[in-house]
Design a protein around this ligand. Structure first.
Ligand code: 5CA
Ligand code: ZN
Length: 409
């Protein structure tokens, strides 16, 4: 499917830094050394109740990853999926008595608009689960033929025992895995499974639900984890640089994905770094579609909030921390945007080189966007207090803020 239009990324003077980022699989900060084309897969939305502030915060983190890479003069091959068929989407369509494809299309369109307004760079390949089915079926058949998958009452399950590295992404103990599996789309209590954690690869057609031709698997629809593996391997291949998502994807989604890919290719893990963003909450609870405690990007835009202020509100939090959305967070961001715009509206100002380097340094250091904002705050305060004589400095700061953080001043 089509993605959304790219905003321009201004070129900056000087040289960007290599990104050091926290990898969940090793539990460490790793300095990534991508080739001339850095490869990143970011898990996309399940298209209902888009785009809430939690989504926006997670996509903001991975937009920063790309901007740091682009600043090192690399190209970026970015792939994102849309889980446009899955249980929660079908359940929502049923609840609201709407056609599931119409719901998915409407929400995906809204997500594209929000991403465009927030100046998030688009993926080169934006792929729906439904359009990926012809590539998913042969992978499931291969897993089955290799003994890594088995059939249970017509459904096909992956056997986690097929992967000697299983657990190597999230490092959780069995009890925690079982709990999270039940919470996040698994069915650990279904009788007949070899291991309660085994996830479904292919679900046989159910009465009243959509289904597709699955060749030797029979009619059905794909499981969630194999969807992302098929899309990532098809477009990026094994050993790409980053797989990203919110921290709720570490287990089971990224763990199972790495296991599927291991069983298919013999390599582990699929990505060089597994990067996870913290959860955004509202009123003490994780913002989630199932709880319904959501603040939407589009609702704020409708109220006339500048998308650049929303973006600054996201950037004010370190991507790995869990944080709460409040009215004050937005008020602070609106005030900061006003200060920055005033500061860059003059033709001259304090020197820009140091602030550009500080932003670079901060973002290359595990995407420390609060430190980057702080650097610009200090420059803007200096501009307001005593000004400066460097001709063109405000333009350089303005371009740096746009190129490295996606904020148009
Ligand atoms: N379609 C799957 C991924 S393949 C999915 O998880 N979709 S989602 O719509 O539920 O979430 C999209 C992304 O937003 C995921 O990376 C998820 O981790 C992230 N996300 C969801 N809720 C929050 C939240 N409250 N805070 C931060 N990130 C969130
Ligand atoms: Zn995914």
């Amino acid at each position: 499917m089509h993605a959304w239009p790219a905003s321009e990324v201004p070129a900056l003077p000087g040289q960007g830094r290599d990104l050091r980022i926290h990898d969940t699989a090793t539990g460490d900060l790793v300095t990534l050394a991508p080739g001339p084309v850095a490869r990143i897969y970011v898990c996309g939305i399940t298209p209902y109740d888009a785009t809430h502030m939690g989504h926006a915060a997670t996509y903001n983190a991975f937009d920063l990853v790309q901007r740091v890479w682009l600043d090192t003069k690399r190209q970026v091959h970015y792939v994102q999926n849309v889980t446009d068929v899955d249980d929660p989407l079908l359940e929502r369509a049923l609840r609201d008595d709407v056609d599931w494809t119409a719901l998915a299309e409407k929400e995906t369109a809204l997500f594209r608009e929000d991403m465009t307004a927030l100046r998030m760079l688009p993926p080169r390949h934006y792929i729906g689960a439904v359009e990926a089915i012809p590539g998913i079926v042969p992978l499931v058949e291969r897993l089955r033929d290799a003994g890594a998958a088995y059939e249970l009452e017509g459904d096909t399950y992956f056997s986690v025992e097929a992967d000697p590295h299983f657990g190597g992404v999230s490092h959780l103990d069995a009890a925690a895995m079982r709990l999270l599996s039940a919470e996040r789309g698994g069915d650990p209590d279904r009788p007949g499974k070899k291991n309660p954690l085994d996830p479904m690869l292919w679900m046989a057609a159910r009465e009243g639900e959509p289904s597709w031709d699955g060749a030797s698997l029979g009619r059905g629809r794909p499981g969630w984890h194999i969807e992302c593996v098929a899309i990532a391997l098809d477009h990026l291949g094994m050993g790409f640089d980053v797989q990203g998502g919110g921290s709720d994807l570490a287990f089971p989604h990224h763990e199972m994905g790495a296991s599927h890919a291991q069983a298919l290719t013999g390599e582990f893990p699929m990505a060089k770094a597994y990067v996870h963003a913290g959860m955004v909450g509202l009123d003490g609870e994780k913002m989630s579609k199932s709880k319904g405690n959501l603040v939407f990007v589009s609702a704020l835009r409708r109220e006339g909030v500048d998308p650049a202020a929303i973006r600054l509100a996201l950037l004010a939090h370190h991507y790995r921390s869990d944080w709460e959305w409040t009215d004050q967070v937005l008020r602070d961001a609106v005030a900061r945007l006003e200060r920055w715009r005033a500061a860059v509206s003059r033709p001259d100002g304090p020197p820009a080189e140091a602030v550009v380097e500080e932003i670079r340094e901060a973002l290359a250091n595990d995407l420390d966007s609060p430190a980057a904002l702080d650097a610009v705050d200090r420059w803007a305060a200096l501009q307001q207090e005593s000004g400066g004589t460097d001709e063109g400095a405000p333009g350089v700061v303005s371009r740096a803020v746009d190129a490295l953080m996606g904020v148009a001043l």
